[in-house]
Design a protein around this ligand. Structure first.
Ligand SMILES: NC(=O)c1ccc[n+]([C@@H]2O[C@H](COP(=O)([O-])OP(=O)(O)OC[C@H]3O[C@@H](n4cnc5c(N)ncnc54)[C@H](O)[C@@H]3O)[C@@H](O)[C@H]2O)c1
Length: 258
């Protein structure tokens, strides 16, 4: 029996093929939930599900969160397989190119907003009718320190992450009284493919900044995932509309955050 009440629950995770999303899949699974990993990279989502090691409790679905027909079909596939959705982790996201607004190509703005802000809206729009029918549900949105401050990214990413907190609050206002709790997490610098390794997009000077934070290190994906499990679980029943900062003290220490 899971202390957090995750036994028999169905958890839909976007961006479930890598990084924080994969860690969320592992942590919710460990608490007894079944996992739907949605990702634009199907092979990555399939690998997440394969690593869980229990095919009956996992489903990988190719999904582009920025596209309504893709999102709608994916949610139908999850419902077809599991029959319910108890938790939505709106986690898929992409970094921008760090340049100031007057140098941002319009395509870059549209691409980042589409994935990071329209995406969570679309997936919530597709999932909420099911949660309303069930009379309960929890949504956890992955925001960022860039949701509460500037300077850790460019204007596309920072605006998209500020937007997701607005979405979190509006959904809280509209659906809290219907049994749906909505919260956000604001991670600092987390060691994932977004920052480390081939194709990563890392802010200039970030390693030196991290070394000067109170924690003095990168965060690990599971350290965000555990908070998602907590926020979605029964112990967090009185927590609505919060933006939980998990950043090793970077923001508190007043340094330019990521
Ligand atoms: N890593 C960090 O330091 C950090 C800090 C703050 C916030 N975040 C946020 O955490 C979330 C997860 O980031 P991560 O670090 O795990 O990144 P990641 O790049 O390791 O994983 C992101 C996943 O999202 C998927 N994805 C990208 N576009 C998609 C789309 N259109 N539709 C569906 N899936 C898509 C990717 O294929 C990938 O599997 C993002 O929202 C990111 O903005 C990350």
């Amino acid at each position: 029996m899971s202390r957090l009440g995750m036994d028999e629950k169905v958890v839909l995770i976007t961006g479930g093929g890598a990084g924080i999303g994969r860690a969320m899949a592992e942590e919710f699974f460990a608490e007894g939930a079944s996992i739907a990993a949605l990702d634009v990279d199907l092979a990555a989502a399939e690998e997440t599900v394969a690593r869980l090691g229990e095919p009956d409790r996992g489903l990988a679905v190719a999904t582009d969160v920025s596209d309504w027909s893709s999102v709608s079909a994916a949610v139908d596939a999850v419902l077809g397989r599991f029959g319910r959705i108890d938790v939505l982790c709106n986690n898929a996201g992409i970094m921008d190119n760090y340049v100031p607004a007057h140098e941002v190509p319009l395509e870059e703005w549209n691409r980042v907003i589409a994935v990071n802000l329209t995406g969570p809206f679309l997936v919530a729009r597709a999932v909420i009718p099911t949660m309303l029918r069930q009379g309960e549900g929890a949504i956890v949105n992955t925001a960022s320190l860039c949701a509460i401050s500037a300077g850790g990214a460019g204007p596309c990413y920072t605006s998209s992450k500020h937007g997701i907190l607005g979405l979190t609050r509006q959904l809280t206002f509209d659906y809290g009284k219907h049994g749906i709790r909505v919260n956000a997490i604001c991670p600092g610098s987390i060691e994932t493919g977004m920052n480390i390794g081939e194709g990563a997009s890392i802010a200039p000077g970030v390693e030196e900044e991290i070394a000067r934070t109170p924690a003095g290190r990168w965060g690990q994906p599971w350290e965000i995932a555990r908070m998602a499990v907590y926020l979605a679980g029964e112990e967090a029943g009185f927590i609505h509309g919060t933006a939980m900062v998990i950043d090793g003290g970077w923001f508190t220490a007043g340094r330019n955050p990521l």
